[in-house]
Design a protein around this ligand. Structure first.
Ligand SMILES: Cc1ncc(COP(=O)(O)O)c(C=O)c1O
Length: 386
C-alpha cells in the first residue's frame, strides 16, 4: 500500500464528513433525523441570478477556459459591492481576486505566504479549516483564546506574552463563526495596530457580514489596514449561493498578485455562467438583505425556543447565521449533542469542533425552515430527554 504524505499526519477527517456518514446510516435504518447543525443556506439565490446562468449557457465562449483573474465584469462588481456596502475603494484590476468560495482562499493564502515552521495565529473557537490548512502546509498553528469574558475578541495582552517573532499570519473572522460576535471599528483598529507592531499579515474572513448584522464592516475600512490586512468574502451566505462556490479575496495589489501566483497554478478559471450569475447577485438591491434577514429573524426566535427547551443560555443581541448557546452546567458538548441525536433524532453542532474553548457550548443553524424548527420543538416537548 502506498504511504500517505506525512503532512496528513495531523489532519483528521472533518467532523461533519464523519457525522453525516453516521446520520446517513441512521436514516437508512429508518430514523427521521433533523439536521440543524450545518450552515448551508436552504433558501434560493435571487431569481435574476438563476436566470443569468441560464442565459449564459448559450454564449459561444461559455465552455472555454476563463481568465485566471475572473471576468472584468465580476471584478468590477466585487469592487462596487465593497464601495457600496463598506465604503472601501478597490482597484478592480489589481486589488481583487475571485475565488471558488472563500474556503479555497484559506489554502491559497497559506501556500502563498507560509514556509515550513512559520507560526500562524488561529482563533479558538474558530473555523476548523484555518488550523487544518496550516498543518497541511507544514506551518505551526498557534491557537489564541476567545471567550465570553472578552466578547470573543482577541486578548492582546495575553497574545503579547507569546513569542510572536515567527508569526506570519493571523486569522480573524468577524462577524465570528461560531459565536456570532462582531468586531467594532475600534476592535479592528487594535488588530491593525497589533499587526503593524509585529509584522503580521491579518486575514479577516468575512462571509457573515450581512446575516442579522446591522453594521456590516470590512477590516479594510480602517486606515492603514491595506498594508497589513486582506479580507476574504463570499457569496455563499450573503446570496444563498454556497454550492455555486463564489468568493473573493481583496486587499493590497502585491499581496493579491502573490495569491494569484498560487491560484493560477491550481485551477483554470471559474465557469462563465457562475461568474455572470455572481455579477447579478452582487448588484442586488438592499431589499434582498432585508427580506433575507426577515426570514432569519423568524427562524432565530424558534431556535431561541429550542435552546430554552434545552435549558441553554444565549445572547439575544448577537447575530449571524447560527445561534451559539451555553449548555447547562456540567454538560460536555459532544455528549450532549450525541444524546440529542440518539434519543431525539436531532443533529446539532457541539462547540468543541471549533476548538477547546467551544467546550460547554452548542451551535444551531438558521438554515432550516420554521416548519422543521417547530418539529424540533415538538420533539423536545413530547419526548423527554433521559
Ligand atoms: C468562517 C467561515 N469561513 C469560510 C467559510 C467557507 O465559505 P465559502 O462557502 O465561501 O467557501 C465558512 C463556511 O461555512 C465559514 O464558516
Amino acid at each position: 500500500m502506498i504511504q500517505k504524505a506525512a503532512r496528513l499526519g495531523e489532519v483528521k477527517e472533518y467532523y461533519f464528513s464523519r457525522k453525516l456518514r453516521e446520520i446517513a446510516t441512521l436514516r437508512s435504518e429508518g430514523k427521521n433525523i433533523i439536521n440543524i447543525a450545518i450552515g448551508s443556506p436552504d433558501l434560493a439565490p435571487p431569481k435574476a441570478v438563476v436566470e443569468e446562468i441560464k442565459k449564459a449557457m448559450v454564449l459561444p465562449n461559455v465552455h472555454q477556459y476563463q481568465s485566471y483573474q475572473g471576468i472584468p465584469e465580476l471584478r468590477a462588481a466585487f469592487c462596487d459591492f465593497y464601495k457600496n456596502n463598506y465604503n472601501v475603494s478597490l482597484n478592480s484590476n489589481t486589488d481583487v481576486l475571485p475565488l471558488m468560495g472563500s474556503k479555497e482562499g484559506i489554502m491559497h493564502i497559506s501556500m502563498a505566504f507560509l514556509n515550513k515552521g512559520d507560526k500562524v495565529l488561529i482563533p479558538n473557537p474558530g473555523y476548523p479549516t484555518y488550523a487544518s490548512v496550516t498543518k497541511l502546509v507544514e506551518a505551526e498553528a498557534v491557537l489564541y483564546n476567545l471567550n465570553e469574558a472578552t466578547n470573543w475578541l482577541p486578548n492582546f495582552e495575553e497574545l503579547e506574552k507569546e513569542d510572536l517573532s515567527k508569526v506570519k499570519i493571523m486569522w480573524v473572522n468577524y462577524p465570528h463563526m461560531p459565536t456570532g460576535a462582531v468586531a467594532t471599528k475600534e476592535n479592528f483598529r487594535e488588530l491593525i495596530a497589533f499587526a503593524q507592531k509585529h509584522n503580521i499579515l491579518i486575514v479577516n474572513d468575512n462571509p457573515y457580514s450581512f446575516i442579522l448584522n446591522e453594521n456590516p464592516t470590512s477590516i479594510l475600512e480602517i486606515e492603514g489596514a491595506k498594508e497589513v490586512a486582506i479580507e476574504l468574502n463570499s457569496l455563499s451566505k450573503t446570496f444563498n449561493m454556497a454550492g455555486w462556490r463564489v468568493g473573493m479575496v481583496v486587499g493590497d495589489a502585491e499581496i493579491i498578485k502573490t495569491i494569484l501566483q498560487v491560484k493560477s497554478n491550481m485551477d483554470s478559471g471559474m465557469f462563465l455562467g457562475i461568474q455572470k450569475g455572481a455579477v447579478k447577485a452582487l448588484k442586488s438591491s438592499k431589499y434582498w438583505f432585508s427580506d433575507l434577514n426577515a426570514i432569519y429573524t423568524k427562524r432565530r426566535k424558534l431556535v431561541w425556543e429550542v435552546f430554552d427547551a434545552l435549558n441553554c443560555t444565549y445572547d439575544k443581541s448577537i447575530g449571524g447565521l447560527f445561534v451559539w448557546a451555553k449548555l447547562p452546567k456540567g454538560n460536555l458538548a459532544e455528549d450532549f449533542t450525541d444524546k440529542l441525536l440518539y434519543e431525539k433524532d436531532i443533529f446539532i453542532t457541539p462547540g468543541t469542533i471549533f476548538g477547546t474553548n467551544g467546550e460547554g457550548y452548542i451551535r444551531a443553524s438558521l438554515c432550516v425552515s420554521t416548519e422543521v424548527l417547530n418539529e424540533v420543538l415538538n420533539r423536545l416537548e413530547t419526548v423527554k430527554i433521559k
